[in-house]
Design a protein around this ligand. Structure first.
Ligand SMILES: NC(=O)c1ccc[n+]([C@@H]2O[C@H](COP(=O)([O-])OP(=O)(O)OC[C@H]3O[C@@H](n4cnc5c(N)ncnc54)[C@H](OP(=O)(O)O)[C@@H]3O)[C@@H](O)[C@H]2O)c1
Length: 357
């Protein structure tokens, strides 16, 4: 290991000890991780909170055929596990085989663990779930997963907002083939992934219809949405509002909500349209009319995170300053429980960020 800046022997970390309530997330001092060959040690400057942290703690992902089973997004989680998939920081040390020039550089970490080395590999793991993450003072990551941010105009806190939410949104837009002049409906539009999708689809020149709870219109219009439609328990009310906002129909839906509205919204998708689904916060199990898909050549596209190439595109956007995430609030690492509670109250707009140091 190349010797660089002095590092402590141990560090504070938010450690998940099992599935359960806030009490299973413990603040502890743990030994400093050591980078092996091909890895780097990153001093975490900022780490953002995501829905996946909460669902992983709760074991809320279920298993195939057993929706109520306690499980992480890939099934079992190997406890104890340090949470946190959104990491921006500085390389403190490099392991064998990683260039010494990385030391001291500001980096954005791609939190995905892939099933192969190619640019279009599939994500099959996530820092904070299948490997220790960034809710700690330091984290060890693979050298090929760090992206140089020395030239980025974004702050460390802004960078930390990007990997999971903007990475997932980038993956959805890429898999859905969203291009300029298309009309795209984004659900959960004020949430982490949704707001990222509104901004990124707008940056591509798409016309965005944002579906959200009442009271968030101004934020979504500022983020680039052309029209805002409110969630409502009566799906006919939502359907009428979508008709008004997009009279020629929807070329695509970027959806993290699913639930009972999906079959209704599907009737607004034009022939050859795409439905990209990356979450089921409004209900993961639904009924819909298959004829709506095949008679209209609509593609239903499952989307999990991003590929290495898609993340590299996001990193380029960050260096060029083409994305500017919104920070809702900041907490110290010791206030992780308050941060997750604030996240689950869902009153925030933008990302909740932890500063471990
Ligand atoms: N597949 C992947 O790779 C991936 C990656 C990240 C996240 N996800 C999933 O995507 C979903 C959103 O994640 P996130 O981090 O963006 O979460 P988030 O920040 O909590 O945002 C979720 C948004 O969905 C809306 N919402 C919440 N409860 C709802 C309900 N019962 N019915 C309808 N809408 C509701 C709210 O937005 P409005 O008020 O604007 O409607 C909320 O802000 C989660 O299910 C998460 O697990 C998937």
């Amino acid at each position: 290991m190349a010797d660089t800046e002095p590092v402590p022997d141990e560090m504070p970390a938010a450690v998940l000890t099992g599935f359960g309530g806030p009490e299973v997330l413990e603040l502890r001092r743990v030994p400093l991780p050591v980078p092996a060959e091909g890895e780097v040690l990153v001093r975490v400057a900022a780490a953002a909170v995501n829905n996946t942290d909460v669902w992983t703690r709760q074991g809320a992902y279920g298993l195939p055929g057993r929706p109520d089973a306690l499980a992480g997004w890939r099934g079992p989680v190997d406890f104890p596990r340090i949470q946190g998939g959104d990491i921006a920081g500085t390389v403190a040390r490099v392991g064998e085989g990683v260039g010494a020039e990385w030391t001291g550089r500001r980096v954005l970490v791609d939190p995905a663990i892939y099933d192969g080395p190619s640019g279009d590999a599939n994500p099959v793991g996530l820092l904070g779930s299948e490997r220790d993450g960034g809710f700690a003072e330091y984290v060890v990551v693979r050298g090929e997963r760090i992206h140089d941010m020395d030239e980025s105009p974004l702050t460390d806190e802004e960078l930390a907002c990007l990997p999971v939410a903007y990475g997932t949104a980038t993956g959805m837009l890429e898999r859905g083939g969203i291009v300029a002049d298309e009309t795209v409906l984004v659900t959960g539009a004020s949430g982490g992934v949704g707001l990222a999708a509104v901004q990124l689809a707008t940056a591509r020149g798409a016309r965005v219809v944002a579906l959200t709870a009442p009271g968030k219109d101004q934020l979504l219009l500022e983020a680039g949405a052309s029209a805002v439609v409110h969630r409502h328990s009566d799906s006919a009310v939502v359907s009428a509002a979508v008709s008004e906002a997009a009279p020629s129909g929807l070329d695509a839906v970027i959806d993290v909500v699913g639930g009972p509205l999906l079959p209704v919204l599907l009737t607004h998708v034009t022939d050859g349209g795409r439905w990209v689904i990356a979450g089921g916060i409004g209900g993961p199990e639904i009924d819909f009319d298959l004829r709506r898909l095949y008679l209209h050549n609509i593609s239903l596209i499952g989307s999990s995170m991003h590929t290495p190439a898609q993340f590299a595109r996001l990193a380029e956007d960050a260096v060029a300053g083409r994305v500017r995430p919104r920070i809702a609030s900041r907490y110290g690492l010791s206030a992780i429980h308050d941060a997750q509670e604030a996240f689950t109250r869902s009153k925030h707009i933008g990302k909740i960020v932890l500063t471990p140091s």
